[in-house]
Design a protein around this ligand. Structure first.
Ligand code: COA
Length: 257
């Protein structure tokens, strides 16, 4: 498959997947999600690939979220389907992948962008990056597992503060909270991500796979949380707040709820 919005590069046994939709801050539209699903599946199936780095092109954004313009006219059922399909084809695949995946956060990681990084196993951020789940300002909640994965990573209090305020945190705050494992200057970002993978890929692939599966089991993915998120996310699409939030974003103004 040739990709419109992704670049694929191999450095030895490490595959780098770069999201390239710079004019829209690498926002995840349908095409990009379908390409990501294909690229991740093919990296996981390749015997040559032992680890994956996921990053965004440029220095402004890792991923600024799901594509707001694309879902602006969705109803509740379409909202639910959007979340369910994205989770099944991309976010859950990353989470459960048995090869190590490092997110190299090169700029804004917002909404679905932060959720994408949270689904990876390890996160490294550039020092200028900003991270957040701003969905409440669109009349929504995170729909790609963010309510579950952020809570598991940093605890209920901090997760609720980030999700309810919708405010961004700096890379330094993200490090303090435990959202990211390391913060480095942008020129060192990919080297840092790859150096972590280079430490992992010399270990037994069977043991690495078993360790990821086992650590994931500690997080209770079988809980109802992900289903409740899909349901509540969909329900938000049927509200006047959603219409106002999305209209405000597209008209470049503040929403009035
Ligand atoms: N979906 C669709 N388009 C997006 C987008 C998204 N999530 N994020 C940014 N874009 C687009 C903008 O509409 C703009 O397009 P245009 O040039 O055709 O008008 C372009 O990317 C550049 O973004 P802009 O908002 O002009 O840049 P900025 O520097 O003023 O602000 C952000 C940067 C990240 C603060 C701002 O783009 C933003 O808030 N994005 C949405 C974040 C969000 O709510 N994500 C969650 C979605 S569920």
């Amino acid at each position: 498959m040739t990709y419109q919005n992704l670049h694929i590069e191999d450095n030895g046994q490490i595959r780098r997947i770069t999201i390239d939709r710079e004019a829209k801050l690498n926002a995840l539209n349908k095409t990009t999600l379908a390409e990501l699903s294909d690229a991740v599946a093919s990296a996981l199936a390749s015997e040559m690939v032992r680890g994956i780095v996921l990053t965004g092109v440029g220095e402004k954004a890792f991923v600024a979220g799901a594509d707001i313009a694309e879902f602006a006219s969705f109803n509740a059922d379409q909202g639910r389907a959007l979340a369910r399909e994205g989770q099944a084809k991309v976010f859950d695949v990353l989470h459960h992948a048995t090869k190590p995946i490092v997110a190299a956060i090169n700029g804004f990681a917002l909404g679905g962008g932060l959720e994408l990084a949270l689904a990876c196993h390890i996160r490294v951020a550039a020092s200028h990056a900003k991270l957040g789940l701003p969905e409440v300002s669109l009349g929504l909640i995170p729909g790609y597992g963010g309510t579950q994965r952020l809570t598991q990573l940093i605890g209920r209090g901090r997760a609720l503060e980030m999700i309810l305020t919708g405010d961004m945190v700096t890379a330094a705050e993200a490090l303090e909270y435990g959202i990211v494992n390391h913060v480095v200057d942008l020129p060192e970002l990919l080297t840092k991500a790859e150096s972590i993978l280079n430490r992992i890929i010399v270990r037994s692939p069977n043991a690495v796979a078993a360790a990821i599966t086992t650590v994931n089991a500690a997080l209770g993915h079988t809980s109802k949380g992900y289903e409740i998120e899909i349901d509540e996310f969909g329900r938000c699409f049927g509200t006047p707040d959603f219409k106002e939030g999305v209209a405000a974003f597209l008209e470049k103004r503040k929403p009035n709820f």
